[in-house]
Design a protein around this ligand. Structure first.
Ligand code: UDP
Length: 453
């Protein structure tokens, strides 16, 4: 896009929450907005921008930074809270200058639902505010009930049945763990509940999901307040080569390993490899890692395993690679490229929402190994509602044993019905983002409304 062309375009300032699982959907949505004629500038802090791996070549999105304001450590604040408050202080201090700089065509701020205070800034500056929810609507609705005081769980027994409008009957253990046990992480729980503090006041509410995936709950949420489902926010080149914005672009906080996963995968047969990743935050204990490694070896299948910590990856590299070269361990990969490779047969996942949507949109069946918060609910959706995966059982010592891992891998790799369901959902995902699909229309409507602001 030439400078002159940009100068006349409607402009949106996008602010992702600075974690990988929030940056990815925001960046992909921005890329789609750009493809529909909007100029987008992404705003983050100076320190975050130095860790971002910005792709070389033409960037569809401009990036602006504000200086970091560090909140001092005190005994009243835990690490999460310091991180959250520092980000808030940095954005609040620096944003006015950025808004003034781009004032001419700036129409709206697009912000992550975890930073709802951004809406007040937008309105004070005379701009509109669009909030992006990066978790499934099912999970969001649970926190909506928490916010409204309508989440009543009269029995904390993990198997107790909970009935919420628009949702299948869930057991306590299927709800986001933080919504059930408020004592374990009060600052994160507050963050999740506060997503709804300015919900009704926002000018647009966007959800990273699609109509046919969460139909009932989206309908229920729509009855509370108008919403737009715009997902899955995945670069179209991975799900449908016919769609127009057909190039990859992403901002990673981690550097992909130098080993070439793709060359390694190229040498493997179709649907023969197990891919394992627990996302950008989860860390398994030593005993669990060992059981996982042994289970993978016992499965007798090739596997590609992302272990972010280099010390741990070295340890397990020795165990799993030699002498059979059965597995490849990397510290980070381009997950979409891996998941869309023909050699991948199943995905052992922590069920983060992005990983779930990515696997679902690429038709990859899953072994669900959720660890906390929304992952419990996502695992329930994967296994019992959409039936595109199997959930591991935890033994009496809180461990998923090697036998359990090997058995689940076998069942998922060989399960015809699961694979058929996965392909069905993949087709629905493609349909929703293809021209004229429900999510595509919602993005177009959003763009039209921004343009007429
Ligand atoms: N991811 C990646 N490479 C990796 C592991 C993860 O690119 O080696 C990406 C993945 O595609 C997803 C995101 O990181 O988009 C993780 O988000 P998710 O919601 O699944 O989990 P979180 O990290 O938030 O727990």
């Amino acid at each position: 896009m030439g400078k002159q062309e940009i100068a006349t375009k409607a402009h949106i300032l996008a602010i992702p929450f600075p974690l990988q699982g929030h940056i990815n959907p925001m960046v992909q949505l921005c890329k789609r907005l750009v493809s529909k004629g909007i100029h987008v500038t992404l705003l983050t802090t100076a320190s975050i921008s130095t860790t971002l791996q910005i792709p070389t070549g033409t960037n569809p999105i401009d990036i602006e930074t504000v200086p970091d304001s560090n909140v001092k450590e005190t005994e009243h604040l835990d690490l999460y809270e310091i991180f959250i408050q520092s980000f808030r202080a940095s954005i609040t201090c620096g944003i006015s200058e950025i808004i003034q700089k781009h004032r001419k065509n700036l129409k709206a701020i697009l912000y992550d639902s975890l930073i709802p205070w951004t809406l007040d800034i937008a309105h004070e500056e005379g701009l509109k505010g669009a909030v992006l929810f990066t978790q499934p609507c099912t999970v969001c609705s649970v926190f909506y009930h928490s916010h409204k005081g309508t989440l009543e769980i009269s029995n904390n027994d993990q198997d107790f049945e909970v009935s919420l409008p628009g949702m299948p009957v869930f057991r306590v253990k299927d709800l986001p763990s933080l919504a059930v046990d408020s004592s374990s992480n009060p600052s994160i729980l507050r963050l999740l509940v506060d997503q709804f503090s300015t919900f009704e006041k926002a000018d647009w509410r966007l959800f990273n999901t699609f109509n046919k995936l969460e139909h009932e709950i989206l309908k229920w949420m729509e009855n509370q307040c108008p919403i737009l489902s715009i997902g899955p926010t995945i670069p179209s080149m991975y799900i449908d080569k016919r769609i127009q914005d057909n190039y990859d672009y992403g901002l990673n906080l981690f550097k992909p390993s130098s080993e070439s996963c793709m060359t390694w995968l190229d040498a493997k047969e179709d649907h023969s490899v197990v891919y394992i990743s627990f996302g950008s935050l989860v860390k398994l204990g030593e005993k669990q890692m060992e059981e996982l490694a042994r289970g993978l070896i016992d499965s007798k299948r090739n596997f590609l395993w992302v272990i972010r910590d280099p010390n741990e990856s070295d340890l397990f590299q020795d165990l799993t690679s030699s002498p059979t070269k059965q597995g490849l361990i990397v510290n980070w990969c381009t997950q979409l490229e891996v998941l869309s490779h023909r050699a991948i047969g199943c995905f052992i996942t922590h069920c983060g929402w992005n990983s779930t949507l990515e696997a679902l949109s690429l038709g990859v069946p899953m072994v669900a190994m959720p660890q906390w918060t929304d992952q419990m609910t996502n695992a329930k959706l994967i296994t019992d509602v959409w039936r595109i995966g199997i959930r591991v059982r935890i033994d009496e010592n809180g461990i998923v044993t090697r036998d359990e891992i090997a058995a689940c891998v076998k069942d998922v790799m060989e399960g015809d019905e699961i694979r058929r369901n996965a392909i069905h959902l993949k087709n629905l995902a493609i349909e929703s983002v293809s021209e004229g699909g429900s999510s595509d229309m919602n993005v177009t409507n959003f763009v039209m409304q921004v343009l007429s602001t």
